[in-house]
Design a protein around this ligand. Structure first.
Ligand code: GDP
Length: 218
């Protein structure tokens, strides 16, 4: 679908406002491993979730233009934490949710992840949206569906962001986009459009910035 036909395509104004929002110097605010450490939500929040290695850190770094702001998934110790990023005068805080779906994760770790994330989701009145990152080469996996179940239960709005689209052909991106939208069509809290991105090529980053600006200005 071209942008001209896409009712969800951002306007020029939103693209510009998104660009300005992310021209600020974004910095790391805090990491939280247990819910009693959660900072007060002083601003609107948007969060990022996805399987480990989906490209979440790369996407946050691309959005903010700060290399190394979000660490890569294999940084020990940070993986089970919620990481918060903010910028001066920004109306929105970014929340990096812990990656999930490690092949060898013991059940106790999965349970701890679920509890941390679900309690966070339920208690965060100013959380506007969770961006659910899906690797465009792999599409939605069962473990992603489990996270969507949590989001549906917590009634937190979520939107699919396809990552690494530079790794596959445009036709394959369209196929995975259509298939993904079909799979979420009956999910109550899912947003009915997705954003295609490549952090390597900066594709779709402007659209995601515009979307975050729009969410922050409700
Ligand atoms: P995380 O575990 O979800 O935080 O994933 P990372 O951001 O650490 O990325 C995992 C791997 O995918 C790294 O080797 C990245 O360089 C690579 N990667 C991330 N985004 C892209 C992208 O847009 N294009 C390509 N080609 N590789 C990417």
């Amino acid at each position: 679908m071209s942008d001209a036909e896409n009712p969800f395509a951002p306007t020029e104004e939103a693209l510009e406002a998104g660009r300005l929002l992310f021209r600020r110097p974004w910095t790391f605010q805090t990491s939280v491993a247990t819910l009693d450490q959660l900072p007060q939500a002083e601003r609107v929040e948007v969060a990022f979730a996805g399987r480990s290695n989906v490209g979440k850190s790369s996407l946050i770094n691309a959005l903010t233009g700060v290399k190394g702001l979000a660490r890569t998934s294999n940084t020990p110790g940070r993986t089970q934490m919620l990481n918060f990023f903010h910028a001066p005068d920004s109306p929105v805080t970014l929340v990096d949710m812990p990656g999930y779906g490690y092949a060898q994760a013991p059940k106790s770790l999965v349970d701890a992840w679920t509890e941390l994330v679900f309690t966070f989701l339920q208690g965060r009145a100013r959380l506007r949206r969770v961006f659910m990152l899906i690797d465009s080469r792999h599409g939605i996996k069962d473990v992603d569906l489990k996270t969507m179940d949590l989001l549906d239960r917590a009634a937190v709005n979520y939107q699919i962001v396809l990552t690494k689209i530079d790794k596959i052909k445009p036709g394959a991106v369209e196929r995975v986009a259509e298939e993904s939208l079909a799979r979420i069509s009956k999910r109550p809290a899912a947003y009915p459009s997705l954003i295609r991105t490549s952090s390597d090529k900066m594709a779709g980053i402007a659209d995601l910035r515009a979307e975050i600006h729009t969410l922050a200005s409700w």
